[in-house]
Design a protein around this ligand. Structure first.
Ligand code: FE2
Ligand code: FE2
Length: 289
């Protein structure tokens, strides 16, 4: 029996912003170059799908109209992706854009979306809350998740869930979906969700909880200036996931500036102390079954 293999790329928060202001450790001043370079490189990877985790624009120092123009520029670059792609809304869209219904349509960020590839379902949901950094599932998204996952749970189809916010860090805080632990328990293994991909925390990390592997991919504008490649391989009746980080650019000037900014980073101590957290070069290699 032939082995099924699915390869996809994860693009972290793009934070495209044409401001000349500095933004802490984020290289927003190189965001356009980094996005263009990452898109070009991902196109050479020959992946089946690209997942983008939200925050395609960065609203700091920008008016809502300027943020929308930045987001449209990010969208134009994402439209150059050769493989099919899915993207979700981030808090930078939900906070800084005026007209979210229009934004969802023109930026191609529907509240819910499903793609099935060779027996694996990719479910993307909007976890952003208008005007807030923290996440939550709206009643409509929550109902969609319950129904969508329940209807496929008994088929034994693995599901990859894509959202902007974490669901297992900073419970109740600005980085997490409200009631994230409860959601994880409800939507985890019993409903077929085996792999969760998110952004927002601007760190690369992987955690196993409630039988679910949750993988955060750092912002494209943060060291190590990378995107993530994931390979799902079916063998002996189960799927395995292998992940690796790939550089978004080799430009030495951009890496030098990124190193300088990193030196000023104020890393969240709680996350640094978590033994399961990876460092910035985390390659995660894990079973999803
Ligand atoms: Fe972000
Ligand atoms: Fe975010």
């Amino acid at each position: 029996m032939s082995e099924r293999v699915i390869r996809f790329a994860v693009l972290g928060d793009l934070h495209l912003n044409r401001t000349t202001e500095r933004r802490g450790e984020l290289l927003v001043d190189y965001s356009e170059e980094l996005t263009a370079s990452a898109v070009e490189r991902v196109n050479r990877e020959g992946v089946d799908l690209v997942l983008q985790v939200g925050d395609i624009a960065d609203g700091n120092f920008r008016t809502p109209a300027e943020t929308m123009l930045d987001a449209l520029d990010a969208r134009r670059l994402l439209d150059k992706l050769a493989p099919p792609s899915m993207t979700v809304m981030g808090n930078h869209e939900s906070i800084y854009l005026d007209d979210l219904d229009t934004a969802k349509r023109v930026l191609k960020m529907p509240d819910t979306a499903v793609t099935e590839l060779d027996g694996v379902r990719f479910v993307a949901v909007n976890s952003s809350v208008p005007g807030e950094s923290k996440g939550a599932f709206s009643p409509a998204v929550a109902a969609f998740l319950e129904n969508e996952l329940a209807s496929h749970a008994d088929r034994g189809v693995p599901t990859v869930l894509l959202l902007h916010h974490s669901w297992n860090l900073d419970e109740g805080g600005r980085y997490s979906v409200e009631n994230g632990v409860e959601w994880r328990a409800r939507l985890g293994r019993s409903k077929g969700v085996q792999l969760v991909l998110h952004g927002h925390v601007h760190r690369n990390m992987a955690t196993h909880q409630d039988g679910v592997l949750t993988v955060a991919t750092t912002a494209l504008v943060c060291k190590p200036l990378c995107y993530r490649l994931v390979t799902l391989r079916e063998g002996s009746g189960r799927w395995r996931a292998t992940s690796e980080l790939r550089p978004a650019t080799d430009d030495p000037q951009i890496h030098r500036v990124a190193d300088e900014r990193m030196a000023t980073m104020n890393l969240d101590k709680r996350w640094k102390e978590r033994p399961e957290d990876g460092d910035f070069d985390l390659p995660c290699r894990s079973d999803i079954d």
